[in-house]
Write a protein that binds this ligand. Sequence first.
Ligand SMILES: C[S@@+](CC[C@H](N)C(=O)[O-])C[C@H]1O[C@@H](n2cnc3c(N)ncnc32)[C@H](O)[C@@H]1O
Length: 252
Amino acid sequence: MPSPCSRREKFRTGYEGWSMARTVNIDFWKARWSEQRIGFHLPDVNPLLTTFASRWLGLKELDSPAALHDRRVLVPLCGKTLDMIWLAERGARVVGVEFVEHAAAAFFQEAAIGVSVERRERAAVYRSNQQGLNVEIWVSDFLSLTADEVGVFDAVYDRAALIALEPRLRAAYADRVVQLSHPGTQLLLVTVEHDGGSGPPFSISESDTRAVWSGKFAVDLVSDEDLLGPEATYRDRAYHVYRERAWIGKRA
Ligand SMILES: C[S@@+](CC[C@H](N)C(=O)[O-])C[C@H]1O[C@@H](n2cnc3c(N)ncnc32)[C@H](O)[C@@H]1O
């Protein structure tokens, strides 16, 4: 299991290159993708996922292709994260949601798995079940996607999704996750708190994170790492606080 320290050595923090912006809308993200300013994208599977997946999903054994057999896992604001491959390799039926089509296409192209594209009125659905990997990416605004369209999910994996949204959208985001889940749905959430002004990533405190999910998911803090350790990469940007937290939740 990689330690947080080895993660920093290998990937630094994964939040480099995020910039300050006043309006974080689809045009902002399209520009980020077309200019390849995607410092949030990690070149490997996120160690917080591999560290906490077993606890998140309540399973001892995760290293077999059937470990997550038929579990539906939602990855909101998915980008082209390789974490979706890791989950699909364990048998999960993964559904990512991403509104920049370029990111969805890049995911399948870079993973070298065949894909079909279904064009619907409100979404384009990229779909593959090649090489035993069952992955879909819905090119759509997550905040307006309905359970009638995508169904409900057994588990939700949020790394850099809640914190990619402006704070005013947090309640709508959590409501949407509730609408796409069922009682018992398991949540793995990664947040950051920093003192570097606006975002993305938008800083969220421990208490605000609890407030966002209050009455929706019971969340436990499972990891709280100071990213301004000895190998800090943010000092030149004058951050004095930069913490990355992992949370595990269960829908009430
Ligand atoms: C910070 S990135 C994180 C991507 C991914 N979770 C990861 O860990 O690499 C946020 C992504 O969400 C997408 N996004 C932002 N708002 C969205 C929305 N309302 N609906 C769907 N995708 C959205 C952006 O285009 C961007 O690719």
